[in-house]
Design a protein around this ligand. Structure first.
Ligand code: GRF
Length: 226
């Protein structure tokens, strides 16, 4: 694994949201710290909603500051889940904006962004993208790989894929930035399919982030907001 210094602080600032293993975060860390970087950007901070997420260890190993932000305390403090989520999201937005990122990358982040959480990011000109292990319009939401696998077993689909897309309120429905098809193989175990999909993700999360950053910077330049 490459361990050289990150891109210069003047390079775009990425904040990565994770919930688990963080293998996609690792792909981003490797791409931003290789010589030369294949992703000219700087991961400034990682936020996880799970304490045990291995991605937190990956971030610490790369000297990236982290924050643990979990919904449970908010559920205990609020009478209903809607107000708990509202307060949780407000704090999430505050945590994100205080890091002054150019872009937020959801890399295996298992919470949905509410309108109230997205709006302040949009207003601050912060781009937000998500990795989803399915093709656009198919298997939105959790357990997408397993649902695609079962659909293939039933003969309903011939293949699946992954995408990186801009985040909007509708889950996994934002405009795609990168779409890659992944063929399905008869007789393959679910774990093997997952493994193949993750390998594709690790390449495309880097490509998708690079493309999204380019567009964000172009738009900012056009709007006179550099
Ligand atoms: C990835 O398959 C991603 O598409 C999905 O969750 C998984 C996260 O993997 N939403 P990791 O934490 O990056 O290893």
């Amino acid at each position: 694994m490459a361990t050289s210094t990150p891109s210069t602080p003047a390079s775009p600032r990425l904040l990565v949201l994770i919930s688990g293993n963080g293998s996609n975060l690792q792909a981003l860390i490797s791409a931003t710290t290789s010589t030369p970087p294949t992703l000219p950007a700087h991961i400034i901070h990682v936020i996880s909603n799970k304490k045990a997420a291995f991605g937190l260890t990956r971030a610490a190993n790369a000297n990236i500051p982290t924050t643990y932000h979990n919904l449970v305390p908010y559920k205990k403090q609020h009478a209903d889940i809607a107000s708990a989520r509202q307060a949780y999201d407000a704090e999430l937005v505050r945590l994100i904006l205080e890091q002054k990122p150019d872009m937020v990358v959801c890399a295996g982040w298992m919470h949905i962004f509410s309108e109230a959480a997205l709006q302040p990011l949009v207003e601050a000109g912060v781009g937000i993208i998500n990795l989803h292990p399915a093709l656009p319009g198919q298997f939105d939401g959790a357990d997408a790989i397993e649902r695609a696998y079962k659909a293939f077993q039933r003969g309903e689909i011939g293949g699946t894929g992954i995408m990186i897309h801009w985040v909007i309120c509708e889950v996994d429905r934002g405009e795609p930035i990168v779409v890659r098809e992944v063929e399905m193989v008869a007789g393959e175990e679910l774990a093997e399919l997952e493994e193949r999909i993750h390998r594709v993700e690790h390449v495309e999360i880097v490509n998708g982030t690079r493309m999204a950053l380019k567009r964000l910077m172009r738009e900012r330049e056009a709007a006179g907001r550099t």
